[in-house]
Design a protein around this ligand. Structure first.
Ligand code: NAP
Length: 275
């Protein structure tokens, strides 16, 4: 990858794992395009970049949950002659709670962001990379996408899509010299749980005590992409759990998760609150 000529575009770069992708890739010499909704947060990340090309990095605010956003972002890059050699599709949100009765507008916005924009960005920038015969795409899926996950039903399904889509795209682009990798994090210490509407203290405590840092997870993703791995689960414990779950019939992991989460969220907490 020629780090001087091309940009690395990171979606969801204003916080969490995306911010760590930005900091680490900048330190490795990448010239960045930082994408997220809030310009001020993106600029705050840009100010923390340290690499040789930090000054050439720029922010493009964009709400990727809006239909057509991926096309507009790609068109803006084209209009400004910003060639993207590495696409990091990291932006994503979760929705926690029973699937029956979930607000239509929230599900729609999540699917637009996690599924439609990710696919369209891969399609648009992937075609550019294919023409050049080089490039790399890193899509952020989730451990939750490996199995049907009660209370994260639609979120986990979007992440199953991300893995399946990434593997298919990888096969299609293999002969063109474009690499595609899918990163599957488990729990990560970011704003994700809060943004997904999770308020239950027992859940938050469990998530926190089983989480990796955003910096650790970003490093796993960068290493996997550099090695052109098809997919990787972040963290030894998550890898073990993924291997174990893969041995079970497809209906079993969701039943296990349902009983586990039911017990967890209804466990009395020190504050006496439950979901
Ligand atoms: N944290 C976890 O436990 C965990 C586990 C597995 C997978 N993941 C995946 O990891 C990825 C990053 O999540 P995170 O944990 O870093 O979450 P986070 O801290 O909430 O960060 C999410 C990022 O996405 C951006 N974003 C949200 N909505 C957007 C929109 N409509 N358009 C453009 N950008 C948007 C946010 O920026 P703005 O608010 O400025 O738009 C922010 O930069 C997601 O794909 C998530 O599904 C996370």
């Amino acid at each position: 990858m020629n780090l001087t000529d091309t940009y690395t575009l990171i979606t969801g770069a204003s916080g969490g794992i995306g911010k760590e992708f930005a900091i680490q890739l900048s330190a490795m010499g990448h010239k960045l395009i930082l994408v997220g909704r809030k310009l001020a947060s993106l600029e705050a990340v840009r100010a923390q970049l340290t690499g040789a090309q930090a000054a050439a990095s720029l922010c493009l605010p964009c709400d990727l949950s809006v239909p057509g956003a991926a096309g507009r972002l790609h068109a803006e890059c084209k209009a400004r002659a910003l060639d993207v050699g590495f696409l990091v599709n990291n932006a994503g949100i979760g929705l926690f709670g029973p699937a029956a009765g979930m607000a239509e507008s929230e599900v729609e916005a999540m699917v637009n962001l996690n599924v439609s924009s990710l696919s369209n960005l891969c399609s648009l920038f992937g075609a550019d990379m294919q023409k050049l015969g080089t490039g790399s795409i890193l899509n952020v899926g989730s451990f939750a996408g490996l199995n049907a996950t009660p209370y994260f039903a639609s979120y986990a399904a979007t992440k199953s899509y991300v893995l399946a889509f990434s593997l298919a795209l990888r096969a299609e682009l293999k002969s063109s010299g474009v690499h595609v990798t899918c990163l599957l994090p488990g729990y990560v210490r970011t704003a994700f749980d809060g943004n997904a509407g999770i308020r239950n203290p027992a859940y938050l405590k469990f998530s926190e005590s089983n989480s990796l840092s955003a910096a650790q997870v970003a490093a796993v993703g960068i290493r996997a992409a550099a090695r052109n791995k098809a997919w990787t689960v972040a963290g030894a414990r998550n890898k073990f759990a993924a291997a174990l779950f893969s041995l079970l019939p497809r209906t079993v992991p969701p039943s296990i998760m349902k009983s586990f989460l039911d017990r967890l969220v209804h466990k009395p907490s020190s504050t006496g609150a439950s979901e």
